[in-house]
Design a protein around this ligand. Structure first.
Ligand code: C2E
Ligand code: MG
Ligand code: MG
Ligand code: MG
Length: 282
């Protein structure tokens, strides 16, 4: 009876696995054609100076635009898929090409903000990565000084020495470097002393409950103080409420990002916002 039961479970299990595998292959093929048809496009989410309430930067985020113009599967799904299937190269190339072009346009209009670009561990691990990055931005006359590269800890655990070399190379080219999603993953404090980051992004997991959960509040407070002692700029991710914003201002957090200020938006929408910002400054 036991064997029979297991047999049935095994059959169900493998059926589910096959179905899952088939779905992933299907999604892979769709992603592949979406990339080649230019349907993976950058959207842009403002980063706000928490003391002046001004836009000081923008994070570039990949969006899958479907045939009817709506937004398709989330990058939390298609970025890992593209990493596993090798599509990350083509994806990252089209993302940076489109973003660099948009950034060049904004810089020409006199917009003085920094653009943050996400880089996955797989890309970063490639020997050619730094050279490619510099070449792409150089070709479109975007100065690295206007660009911040967001890395997660997964990048750093793989090959510490090489990673350090690459980060130093990018920094001497003028790029700024941010440690993304801090507080999740390994969060080794060692990384903060080993690598010359400019910015630390506190993960949304701490921001969400910062007003209601005393422990999260304490951890966020400590991270912010530690980062400041190390002369890093601190960004809080995923600010959705006024209470969260207020607590973060009280803790001295430098920059905020989240739906409270703005969702990620298409190029034209951001252009409109930046025009308003520029005309206010003029
Ligand atoms: P991330 O780099 O940590 O980006 C921040 C994520 O938080 C974005 O999710 C953004 O839309 C979301 N977010 C911002 N404010 C709020 C908020 O107030 N509430 C909530 N609930 N979420 C908020 P998104 O765009 O879905 O991207 C997910 C992740 O996918 C990113 O996390 C990043 O790791 C990766 N990713 C996105 N675009 C790219 C890309 O072009 N290249 C690479 N390598 N990774 C990317
Ligand atoms: Mg990021
Ligand atoms: Mg992040
Ligand atoms: Mg995050």
């Amino acid at each position: 009876y036991k064997a029979k039961k297991q047999g049935i479970n095994m059959a169900l299990f493998s059926h589910e696995m096959t179905q899952h595998a088939t779905e992933m292959v299907d999604l892979h093929n769709k992603l592949k054609s979406a990339i080649s048809q230019g349907m993976i496009q950058p959207h842009y989410q403002p980063l706000i100076d928490l003391s002046s309430n001004e836009i000081v930067g923008v994070e570039v985020l990949a969006r899958w635009i479907t045939e009817d113009g709506s937004i398709g599967p989330s990058p939390a799904v298609f970025i890992p898929l593209s990493e596993d299937s090798g599509l990350i190269w083509a994806l990252s190339e089209t993302m940076i090409a489109q973003a660099a072009k948009a950034i060049q346009g904004w810089l020409e209009q006199g917009v003085k903000i920094r653009f943050s670009v996400n880089v996955s561990a797989k890309q970063f691990a490639e020997d050619e990565f730094c050279a490619q990055m510099m070449e792409q931005f150089r070709r479109l006359s975007v100065t690295p000084q206007s660009v911040q590269i967001e890395l997660t800890e997964s990048v750093l655990i793989q090959n510490t020495e090489k990673s350090l070399e690459k980060i130093q190379m990018l920094k001497s080219a003028g790029f700024k470097i941010a440690l993304d999603d801090f507080g999740t993953g390994y969060s080794s404090l060692q990384y903060l002393t080993q690598f010359p980051f400019d910015t630390l992004k506190v993960d949304r997991a701490f921001v969400t409950d910062i007003f209601h959960d005393e422990r999260k509040f304490s951890v966020a407070k400590s991270i912010i103080n530690l980062a400041h002692d190390l002369k890093l700029t601190v960004v809080a991710e995923g600010i959705e409420t006024e209470e969260q914003r207020r607590v973060l201002v009280e803790l001295g957090c430098d920059i905020g990002q989240g739906f409270l200020f703005s969702e990620p938006m298409a190029q034209d929408q951001l252009s409109e916002q930046l025009k308003v910002v520029n005309s206010k400054k003029a």
